[in-house]
Design a binder for this molecule. Structure first.
Ligand code: ATP
Ligand code: MG
Length: 339
């Protein structure tokens, strides 16, 4: 809800690596576009409390109060006992569905035209459960945990999402031919949930086949929503990114029942951090997803159109990952001009 000044307060997590540079770009563009948002910046540098990676209490309080956050990439601290901060955030706020759309950027040519895919990644368990042990030296075990409740809520989310964007089909991507029990449960759960949505077609596809078909001809995937276990979603979203021009372009939303956190699909890009080379587009498009979630659609359209216009305006206005020569700040200035 907006405050007395008509503005919404949103938590901003600038993050690590290129995070602060791309977050600054979003802030500058939002200011010029007069988006009615006040940012509440928080630091999520983790601390190890009783051997567990723990988020700072004020960051948790800010997100619980504002319900919406925009987040830059977080590097996973190296060292024993530290868990991925991204995982910690997803678990803390029960962000069970990760929505990753991938749409061709008109004006940036790739071998494929009119790519328009969306995948929903189970965000809390599967191969990311973090249960690994060494049985004896040279033999380790990693547990892929799949539960019916977590499968059910992400699959139901996929149906609801399909309904809301008028896509007639939900496709479950899996490997139940090999992972008979775990992926099998995911598939069986989808069949059950699907009965509640008679107007939406439910289909199933093996992960390897989806990989082959997506990069041979992605057009089939325009009219459906993919949903899949955690690791498959991680891999397939990078594959989808590749179809449209790379990680600099793809946004995402981590959705829960209460809180949602929007972020770029890419990581902290330590190789280019601090050099003014980062492409802020992925975070900008994530911020547009966020604005639409907040029903500030006209602001989202205005910013998205300015970003796409800037990319299409030529290599001098594109960052290096898109075969251009622009710096992050020059790109940002051009987007502001195109608002
Ligand atoms: P992490 O462990 O944080 O996920 P990673 O090793 O998976 O990091 P990314 O940070 O996602 O890697 O980066 C992969 C490659 O893509 C790097 O070469 C990086 O420079 C490039 N890259 C990622 N994001 C961007 C961006 N926004 N702009 C330009 N290049 C990017
Ligand atoms: Mg990565």
């Amino acid at each position: 809800k907006p405050g007395p000044d008509g503005k919404y307060t949103v938590t901003m997590i600038p993050g690590d690596g290129i995070g602060p540079e791309i977050a600054a770009s979003v802030e500058a563009i939002f200011k010029e576009a007069k988006v009615p948002i006040t940012w509440e910046p928080v630091d999520v540098t983790p601390s190890l409390i009783n051997g567990k990676t723990t988020l700072p209490a004020d960051a948790v309080a800010s997100i619980n109060k504002n319900l919406v956050a925009l987040k830059g990439p977080l590097a996973t601290p190296v060292g024993k006992g530290h868990q991925s901060m991204n995982l910690t955030l997803r678990r803390t706020f029960e962000l069970f569905a990760n929505v990753r759309p991938c749409k061709s950027v008109q004006g940036y040519k790739t071998p494929y035209e009119n790519v328009d895919t969306v995948l929903i990644r189970e965000n809390t368990e599967g191969e990311y459960s973090g249960i690994e042990h060494e049985i004896v030296p040279g033999v380790v075990q990693s547990i892929k945990l799949i539960t019916k409740p977590a499968s059910e809520r992400v699959i139901r989310y996929a149906f609801e999402y399909a309904k809301s964007v008028n896509k007639p089909e939900v496709r479950v991507v899996h490997k139940a031919s090999i992972m008979k029990l775990s992926d099998g449960l995911f598939v069986e759960t989808a069949k059950e949930v699907g009965k509640e949505y008679p107007d939406i077609k439910l289909s199933f596809e093996l992960l390897d086949n989806t990989s082959l078909k997506l990069c041979a001809d992605p057009s089939e995937y325009k009219s459906l929503v993919m949903v899949m276990p955690n690791l498959y979603g991680d891999i397939m979203s990078d594959l989808s990114s590749g179809l449209i021009g790379g990680l600099g372009l793809t946004p995402s939303g981590n959705m829960g029942n209460k809180v949602s956190i929007f972020e770029a699909v890419h990581g902290s890009a330590p190789d280019i951090a601090g050099k003014g080379l980062a492409n802020p587009t992925a975070l900008l498009l994530s911020s547009c997803m966020m604005l639409r979630h907040m029903e500030l659609n006209s602001h989202a359209d205005k910013i998205e159109n300015a970003v796409l216009k800037t990319i299409a305006s030529g290599p001098e206005n594109r960052t290096r990952d898109l075969k251009g020569t622009s710096t992050t700040s020059h790109f940002t200035e051009q987007v502001i001009k195109n608002l």
